[in-house]
Design a protein around this ligand. Structure first.
Ligand code: PHE
Length: 490
């Protein structure tokens, strides 16, 4: 309504001089009119110019006197023509009213304050203060004498209020009626051709867009980050794990895993069809690996079989991240020895039947420490340190077998929730048959351990079917919803 009133008025008038007066004349609330003006001005239908007016208004005290009379008059009227004792008058007139009233009445020479008696000096009085206040209240402050205004201001009966409004003229986009601006160019507008007449809303480049739906980290990535931080705190460097495709040589042979080992069967390992084999392998190292498998060396008897290069050249999807460790250790052995702590967290693949705890691909976490003279005691110490940082303080070890470690230990942790010992990883000291052909010095030993990333993640996020965590059946809301889950507070 206010909008139409403004636009209509400007159709026949040059200007709305004062929005306040305009609101009054149209029976509108000025505050409602203001929001309409802001919008019309924003779209340049009108040009609004600020106007400011200052106006005297009554203070609370002023209001009170405007309705029941000034204190001096109230004081005067409380005195009977024959006079009255001070005590009696004090009983009749309120404390503050008495104080203000008596002093103003004295100033006006209306009363006399004798020792005993208070008496009138004049017969009657006029309440000018009240009249002035009423005038101001009714908006006729302009007619009040400056001297009077000053006196009222000093008595804090009136105060200045700034009033803000606008004067209005037609803007560059003026129209007698606002057309709703089109926000999109539609097929229909193009077909009808009316896009040419339409007013299009301008782009608001400052508007914030819709929050993006992407960018949620998968629980596995959140837990991976925590493991990463633990390793980094312990002084480990991350190994490059960016090759899912590996040759059998680095995945198995260099780890002293015999070529007839069941893990090397296609039932357990995914072999590549294209390219089926690796072209390049380090030749003299390959010779040493072949020899250690066939006839041993370095105090070992070897396996006593015919080692075949074609078997080592077969490409596969790496079955464990120890393939990464073996490459790193070989690289390390090519330079003068320095102690190292390495870790990796990445994906591995096994040709396994999928069930609620197994997938054909999963993630392994691996830690490797190489230094001179490390012992099984060092391995146990590092494992205790590592797992206690995960909140697992009760750790037990069980002898185990890996082709590439001796001794080997499975790691168990007591799970307070499940009230039982659960297997959390596998570990060992790499065999000399693996390390010495690489060229590492004889007194260097390497301790290592591995665990899956999925298992702790499932425990932390309360997921009991691995297919709910990874793969095509994952509920995306799980990923959007789940907070970062802290390791160690299970
Ligand atoms: N590679 C082993 C596995 O896949 C884990 C492991 C790593 C064991 C390092 C010993 C040393 O289970």
């Amino acid at each position: 309504m206010a909008e139409e009133a403004v636009l209509e008025y400007l159709q026949t008038h040059e200007e709305i001089v004062d929005s306040g007066e305009f609101a009054d004349s149209k029976g509108l609330e000025h505050s409602d009119l203001l929001s309409v003006i802001k919008s019309l001005n924003g779209f340049r239908l009108v040009d609004a110019e600020d106007i400011k007016r200052e106006k005297w208004i009554l203070t609370e005290e002023g209001q009170a006197y405007a309705s029941s009379g000034s204190p001096e008059v109230q004081f005067f009227l409380a005195i009977p023509p024959e006079g009255i004792s001070r005590e009696e008058l004090q009983r009749r007139v309120d404390g503050s009213l008495y104080k203000i009233g008596s002093s103003q009445a004295m100033k006006n020479k209306w009363v006399e304050l004798g020792k005993l008696l208070v008496s009138r000096k004049v017969e009657s009085v006029e309440d000018r203060v009240r009249e002035l206040l009423i005038k101001i209240k009714e908006g006729e402050g302009k007619d009040v004498d400056l001297k009077d205004i000053d006196a009222l201001k000093k008595r804090k009966l009136i105060a200045l209020q700034t009033w803000k409004g606008y004067s209005l003229r037609k803007g560059p986009n003026y129209a007698p009626k606002r057309m709703k601006a089109a926000t999109d160019l539609t097929r229909e507008q193009l077909q009808k051709g009316n896009w040419q007449e339409l007013e299009f809303k301008e782009y608001n480049f400052n508007a914030l867009g819709q929050p993006t739906e992407g960018g949620h980290l998968h629980p596995l990535l959140k837990v991976r980050q925590q493991f990463r931080e633990i390793f980094l705190e312990m002084g480990f460097e991350e190994m490059p794990t960016n090759n899912f495709v590996e040759s059998s040589f680095w995945n198995f042979d260099v780890l002293f895993q015999p070529q007839q080992h069941p893990a090397r069967d296609s039932h357990d390992t995914f072999f590549l069809k294209v390219p089926a084999s690796t072209q390049r392998l380090p030749e003299d190292y390959l010779e040493r690996v072949k020899k250690v498998h066939e006839s041993g060396g370095y105090g070992s008897k070897g396996y006593g079989y015919d080692w075949k290069r074609e078997e080592a050249e077969k490409n596969l999807l790496r079955t464990h991240t120890t393939a990464v460790s073996s490459r790193m250790l070989y690289t390390l052995a090519q330079k003068p020895f320095t102690p190292k702590r390495y870790f990796s967290i990445d994906r591995v693949f096994r040709n396994e039947a999928v069930d609620r705890t197994h997938l054909a691909e999963f993630h392994q976490i691996e830690g490797v420490v190489c230094d001179r003279g490390l012992t099984l005691g060092d391995l146990i110490g590092v494992l205790n340190d590592f797992f206690s940082r995960l909140g697992m303080t009760k750790i037990k070890f069980k002898p185990a077998y890996n082709p590439y470690t001796e001794p080997s230990m499975e790691i168990f942790s007591y799970h307070e929730g499940f009230k039982k010992w659960v297997e959390v990883g596998n570990s060992g000291m790499f065999r000399p048959e693996m390390l010495l052909p690489m060229g590492l010095p004889e007194d260097v030993t390497v301790i290592a351990w591995g665990l899956s990333l999925e298992r702790p993640t499932m425990i932390l996020y309360g997921i009991d079917n691995i297919r709910d965590l990874f793969g095509p059946k994952v509920d995306l809301n799980l990923i959007k919803r789940n907070p970062i889950s802290r390791l160690g507070v299970q």
